[in-house]
Design a protein around this ligand. Sequence first.
Ligand SMILES: Cc1cc2nc3c(=O)[nH]c(=O)nc-3n(C[C@H](O)[C@H](O)[C@H](O)COP(=O)(O)OP(=O)(O)OC[C@H]3O[C@@H](n4cnc5c(N)ncnc54)[C@H](O)[C@@H]3O)c2cc1C
Length: 448
Amino acid sequence: MRSKLYHHSIFDATDHVPSWWVQSAPAFTATDESLPPEVVEVAIIGGGYTGLSTAYHLAKFHNIQSHVLEAGPIGWGASGRNGGFCAPFPTALGFQDLQRKYGDDETRRFVASQVEAVHRVREIARDENYSIDSQGEGVWCVAHSPKVYRALEDAAAGYQHFGIKSTVLSGDAFGAEVHHSTEQFGGMWQEAGFGLHPMKAARGLAQAAQTAGAKLHEKCTVTAWQKQGAVHVLETEKGVIRANSVIIATNGFSPEGLMPPITKNVVPLLSNIIVTRPLSEDEVAAQNWQTETPIYNTRNLLFYYRMLPGNRFLFGGRGDMTGTPRAGEKMRALLTRQLGEVFPAWKTAEITHFWRGLVCMARNMTPAMGRLPDDPSVLFALAYHGDGVAASHGAGQLLADILAGRKMETDIPLPMRGPPQNLPIPSLKRWYLRASLGYYAFQDFMSR
Ligand SMILES: Cc1cc2nc3c(=O)[nH]c(=O)nc-3n(C[C@H](O)[C@H](O)[C@H](O)COP(=O)(O)OP(=O)(O)OC[C@H]3O[C@@H](n4cnc5c(N)ncnc54)[C@H](O)[C@@H]3O)c2cc1C
């Protein structure tokens, strides 16, 4: 039941990818090795932030025990290996697109829910006493060419319309106050967001869920799923588990055949990250680097970057279309070259870590969340469009409230309510991907 879109190694969950995060986080092992034979109330497929947040909120606030079934170790998916930007807006649509499509009130509700989700990440860590290595305040967006500087002013006005503080700096001011680079022509800061250590966040949340009463099962791939009467029968590597309700929390790693109305209509996309050795103070000063706040730029195929504690520099960008190990090596070389082009002083800094993983897109370019229309005992939350750290924590909380009967599906803001929009011909996913990557690369070229 794996996706045919990428090389099988992308789905090999035997061990974590060799990220800086896995090297620098305390170990975590789920305590529940065996599966219970009887019917369980709730099974959650996927042990990333979505699944863990759902399990945590169910146990902690509704006294409902759930079983999280994770193919790899906990946090194996995107949750343990992302860039650590805890920021709002898991959508490829801008504010104006959202307003046009869903109206101002629903857009406002969506925006508020996502800002709340950012705060929720810090709140849970604080309440449950785990460290997420929170860094910086807000998020910077940098103009990658002079032509797009105006767009920053428009974006700042959008943030302000929704009550989020935002400021714009000219290229000179940004260079003096934030950093120099060959691709900075001004920057826009907005207050909602911060940087974190993704694996510490995943393992901390897992520990909190487990302490609250959730059962976590690692190395427990769901290989088949059928319904017998009102009960879901899930076949796993460790045996069969029967559940009254099932939550799909598999995001970019969703096997296409798992629950086709949901999983065949999402499009996984590779994203790559490199991390340098610790930079010296002189090297840091050579780019006038002054911030801990996460930064991304205005390219469609964007760069995202942060200075990590200890002055390691994290630099991320788009992935390839196949996921083969050879393509991975090429992408590592490309990203290393791009880092050197954008930050010339760090051109020769050794790259100590490279890894990649899948983000998840949908045709309507917004997340998908709710109950399956023809089976309300199946719930789902996925398709965060590369911005799922905060959104998945928030989605888990809301899914738990809905499952516990405290909230309704109508409490899900409209832009993210319901299944992902059907792809016209799901088997052509690879071609949709190629076409959109080509289109965005062309737009980036034209905007320089
Ligand atoms: C390289 C990279 C950088 C990113 N950077 C950022 C960022 O800086 N900020 C941001 O907001 N977002 C970022 N994201 C996206 C973000 O990490 C995700 O949106 C978020 O982690 C999704 O969480 P999740 O729990 O829904 O999915 P995941 O964390 O991907 O978890 C899904 C889990 O489901 C499991 N699974 C799949 N199929 C089965 C099965 N059949 N049986 C059992 N288990 C199964 C997988 O093993 C996986 O662990 C990034 C993603 C990547 C890959």
